[in-house]
Design a protein around this ligand. Sequence first.
Ligand code: GLU
Length: 317
Amino acid sequence: MHAPVRGRFAPSPSGRMHLGNLFSALLAWLSVRAKGGVMVLRMEDLDPDRCREEYALQLADDLRWLGLDWDEGYGAGGPHGPYRQRERTERYAGAFQALEAQGLVYPCFCTRAERLAASAPHRSDGSAVYPGTCRTLTQAEREQRARTRSPAWRLMVPDRTAGFTDGLQGSYAENLGRDCGDFILRRSDGVYAYQLAVAVDDGGMEISEVVRGRDLLDSTPRQQYLLELLGLPSPEYYHVPLLLAPDGRRLSKRERDLDMGVLRRRYTPEELTGLLAHLAGLLERSTPVRAGELVSRFDWARVRSADVIVDDTILRG
Ligand code: GLU
């Protein structure tokens, strides 16, 4: 018998969810429920400046309101806890040490300005490809610089093509060295980086299916590379379309007019689910429906892969 599919919601409690987050959450939930799998809720609250417990509580409440439940994780417990990243620091430290023991980690003393000045072309998320400036510092140079500056820590990546087949977007490949560059595992203030935490958590929580926004497509080779180095299996990935405003701008948490506070006043859970299912390509019209009613008909082949323009009537309400 196959082990059940294990999927996850992995929101960052840095504000109220918006239409785009809900869109990914609904598809993640439908995919897991249609396969009779287990849903996990993990709070990605690594960034102490942006994440707050009150947002986490609100987020859980908003998911429940929409009819999206979970079997394991935040507020529900389970065998792979804790389910808040902030409480998982020891695991990230362990993985960091394992990578260090492989000789793949080095300190980087570059300031942001230096990094930008020296960088290769920018990636789609606006981050720059790090040219490896600090990779070749001698031990003496490292010690000298460490006297005045605490370093960030980077993973050395090989000049190698890393690719995978996304369940929705098809094949994607990039060269780790050229297109991505040595990336940060731990910030200079000691906070572990998103890429490391997600790989450690998806591996440690035995996640077998990741459904998330297309903006994270190009994070996947980095996460898979980390999983490989840590001896953990890779999940399957489905990167869902982004929701865009009519001017092409991506909807974000800053679009306050579409956050859950407004959406809950404007729609019933069934109306909002119908709208999301329509935007995803699962319903011809935006008619009210409960999330549970969509499970038996769910099929990834019917989900659109291209980004979706949300028209003004929805945005303005
Ligand atoms: N925590 C990330 C976010 O809220 C998602 C990470 C992921 O799904 O891998 O954007």
